[in-house]
Design a protein around this ligand. Structure first.
Ligand code: PAF
Length: 296
C-alpha cells in the first residue's frame, strides 16, 4: 500500500493508472475509520482495479464553533485497516497544499444546501463540495463511494457531479449500524457511556416513523411530533431538526406521497449526530394492501 502526500505525485500516479486502463475507485474520508468506511472500501475493492482512499480533515467544512480541532484521528490504525481491506493508495494531502495562501475559489450547490444540515451549518456544504471537487480533479476516479448516513451530502455531491458534467459514477452504500441500531460515526467516540445509550433514541425514532407510515400515517407533522417526543425522553438530547423531505428537492412535504427522506440531527450532550431513512411511500402502500388481502 502506497502513502502519497503530494498533490502532484497523486495526480501522476492516477494518470499512469488511467493510461493502463485501470478502473479507479475512490473513497474520500476524514479518517478514524469505522465499519461504514471499511464497507465503502471493500465494495470499491470488489468493483475497481485500483482503490484510493483520501484522509483529510477538511477545515473549510467546519463552522467556527465546531469540532475541527478535536476531530478524532488514529493514523496508524487507519493505515492497518486500509491495508487489510486492500487499499492501494492512501492520499493524505496537506492543508497548506489544499488551501495555500490566497485560495479563493469555492464550489457551491444552490438550492439543496439551504435546509436540513445546511440551515444550522451554513458554510458546511460549500466546504464539502469544494474539497470533493478538488479531490476528484486530482484523482479523476471512475467511481466514487459515499455512505447514505450523510444523506444531504450525497444529494449535494450527486448534483454537483451532474451539473458539472463530471465523468464519475457515484455509488452510495447503506448506513452501517452498531448492533443496537446506532448509525456508525467517527463522532460516536465523543459520547459518554450514558450518552451512548441515549443516542440509540435517534434510530428508534426513525424506526417508529417507518412503523407509523406503514400503518397508514401520512401527516408529516404528526410523525415528527412523535419522533421529537421519543428523542426528548433523554435529558441529554437537544434536537437540531427533524424533517421529512421530498428526495428530489429536499423540500419539506405537506403529506406523504412518493419517496421521502426522513432526516434528523440532534445533540446528545455536546455531540451532534445525524441519521436518516429513505422510504418509498407508494411501495409501503402496495405492501400494506398485499398484507391486507392475504389476511382476508
Ligand atoms: O463524509 C466525509 O467524511 C466528508 O464530508 C468528505 C466527503 C470526506 C469531505 O471532506
Amino acid at each position: 500500500m502506497k502513502i502519497i502526500r503530494e498533490i502532484n505525485k497523486m495526480k501522476t500516479y492516477a494518470r499512469i493508472m488511467r493510461k493502463e486502463n485501470k478502473l479507479i475507485g475512490f473513497v474520500p474520508t476524514m479518517g478514524y475509520f469505522h465499519e461504514g468506511h471499511l464497507g465503502l472500501i471493500k465494495t470499491a475493492r470488489k468493483q475497481s482495479d485500483i482503490v484510493i482512499t483520501s484522509i483529510f480533515v477538511n477545515p473549510i467544512q467546519f463552522g467556527p464553533k465546531e469540532d475541527f480541532k478535536k476531530y478524532p484521528h488514529d493514523t496508524k490504525r487507519d493505515e492497518e485497516l486500509a491495508k487489510t481491506c486492500g487499499v492501494d493508495v492512501i492520499f493524505y494531502p496537506r492543508k497548506k497544499d489544499m488551501y495555500p495562501d490566497g485560495f479563493s475559489t469555492y464550489v457551491n450547490v444552490e438550492g439543496l444546501t439551504g435546509n436540513l444540515c445546511g440551515k444550522s451549518r451554513p458554510s458546511h456544504f460549500r466546504g464539502v463540495t469544494t474539497v470533493v471537487m478538488k479531490l476528484f480533479e486530482i484523482i479523476k476516479p471512475d467511481i466514487a463511494y459515499f455512505g447514505q448516513k450523510d444523506a444531504q451530502q450525497v444529494f449535494v455531491i450527486k448534483k454537483m457531479v451532474e451539473d458539472l458534467n463530471m465523468d464519475i459514477t457515484m455509488k452510495i452504500m447503506p448506513i452501517a449500524r452498531e448492533e443496537d441500531g446506532l448509525a456508525m460515526s467517527s463522532r460516536n467516540v465523543y459520547l459518554t457511556k450514558d450518552e451512548r445509550k441515549d443516542a440509540t433514541l435517534l434510530c428508534k425514532a426513525l424506526k417508529m416513523a417507518e412503523e407509523l407510515i406503514n400503518c397508514g400515517e401520512r401527516n408529516p407533522k404528526k410523525i415528527i411530533k412523535r419522533m421529537r417526543n421519543l428523542i426528548l425522553e433523554s435529558q441529554s438530547a437537544r434536537i437540531d431538526y427533524i424533517s421529512i423531505v421530498d428526495t428530489k428537492s429536499l423540500k419539506e412535504v405537506d403529506t406523504l406521497r412518493d419517496e421521502v427522506l426522513i432526516a434528523l440531527a440532534a445533540f446528545i450532550g455536546k455531540t451532534r449526530l445525524i441519521d436518516n431513512a429513505i422510504l418509498n411511500v407508494k411501495e409501503t402502500e402496495k405492501a400494506y394492501e398485499c398484507e391486507k388481502s392475504q389476511k382476508r
